[in-house]
Ligand binder design. Structure first.
Ligand code: SF4
Length: 344
């Protein structure tokens, strides 16, 4: 609008048409004068993300009490492919949004990391994932999106400007979603500058930190980025986040058989976590073909949980949804051949 010599409020009008009204052609934007609409139409095209493929869990894979999780392969305007996941759970309908195509951080257990890094997603490409899946939630589940998690492909804090802009669009008052910040979770593998920035931003979104080990050496083996942001530095950032925001963090811990599920690891985790206002979310590893890891045995997991509870910590054990369709944590990798034959 600036380039066209238009006043600032025109940009707000346009933004509203796109993201509040969901209007995808300039001609229908009636509050914008015809000459400007024509100029816009001659200079730009509106191309929302489109769903290329869908894969839904079979009802028996989802379990009796859950609706099936669905994974979506979306094409962005430039042809880039990303995955998003729709996770129904009781009254909730959560959309898991990707913030990057691929990821540069190479966590050992993660299929996205193996794809390599392709590019950061723009803010509109993140809000577009929510818009596209909102339509899916309505048509397939007769429901609407209640929660958003930035936990799909990529590390959100490596693309924080765009993530924050997408959050602003999705939470804007009177907009299509107007979702509360409290219903949005931003996840990170522990990038300290990004945590500090979120703490200072005044946002009330939730923060999830993937810890996966409270032993520095073990964590470095699992997540190379831990060398850059060691546990003590991460701990200081979490502590400051607690103090500044008054909010707890969720420490995510994926139990891997024989790697990070021993009583010694549980003790280290308890000692580390006790310093913070936090809850621990234990998740199962979702086996990925050709990766060396296996999920922990149920018995091992139970005694790990017991140790944490005995230490007075708040622990949830999350059954990972979507593992059967490679839609669970660490499994997103935009491989069209992993999708079934469900037509779009
Ligand atoms: S776990 Fe997250 S940060 Fe690590 S490689 Fe995968 S997408 Fe990237």
């Amino acid at each position: 609008m600036k380039d066209f010599g238009e006043p600032k409020f025109r940009a707000t009008q346009l933004h509203r048409w796109l993201y509040s009204q969901g209007v995808a052609d300039f001609e229908s934007m009636s509050s914008i004068g015809a000459p400007l609409r024509q100029k816009l139409g001659a200079s730009f095209a509106i191309r929302p993300a489109s769903v290329v493929r869908t894969q839904r869990e079979a009802p028996e894979e989802a379990g009796a009490e859950q609706s099936p999780t669905a994974k979506y392969l979306l094409r962005m305007p430039d042809g880039e492919l990303v995955e998003s996941v729709l996770i129904p759970s009781g009254e909730r309908m959560t959309v898991c949004v990707s913030s990057q195509s691929g990821c540069p951080l190479l966590c050992e257990f993660c299929a996205t990391g193996r794809m390599g890094f392709r590019r950061n997603l723009h803010a509109f490409e993140m809000s577009d994932q929510v818009h596209a899946l909102q339509d899916e939630a309505a048509s397939r589940y007769g429901s609407h999106i209640t929660n958003i998690v930035f936990m799909g492909m990529g590390e959100p804090l490596l693309n924080l400007d765009n993530v924050l802009e997408a959050v602003a669009t999705l939470t804007a008052k009177d907009y299509r979603f107007s979702i509360s910040e409290k219903r949005i979770t931003i996840s990170t593998v522990g990038l300290v500058p990004g945590i500090e920035r979120i703490a200072a931003s005044g946002l009330k979104t939730k923060l999830a930190v993937s810890l996966h080990s409270a032993d520095q050496q073990q964590r470095e083996k699992l997540m190379p980025v831990a060398r850059q942001y060691p546990l003590d530095q991460l701990g200081k950032a979490i502590d400051a986040y607690n103090r500044i925001t008054g909010l707890p963090v969720t420490l995510v811990y994926m139990l891997l058989d024989g790697v990070n599920d021993s009583p010694v690891e549980a003790r280290k985790l308890a000692r580390y976590a006790k310093r913070f206002l936090c809850k621990i979310n234990l998740i199962d590893y979702n086996s990925i073909v050709n990766f060396q890891f296996k999920p922990a045995y149920a018995e091992t997991r139970n005694s790990f949980v017991r140790q944490l509870l005995d230490a007075g910590l708040h622990v949830t054990v999350r059954k990972s949804q979507g593992a059967a369709i490679n839609a669970a944590c660490g499994q997103l990798a935009t491989r069209p051949d992993t999708y079934g034959s469900e037509p779009q």
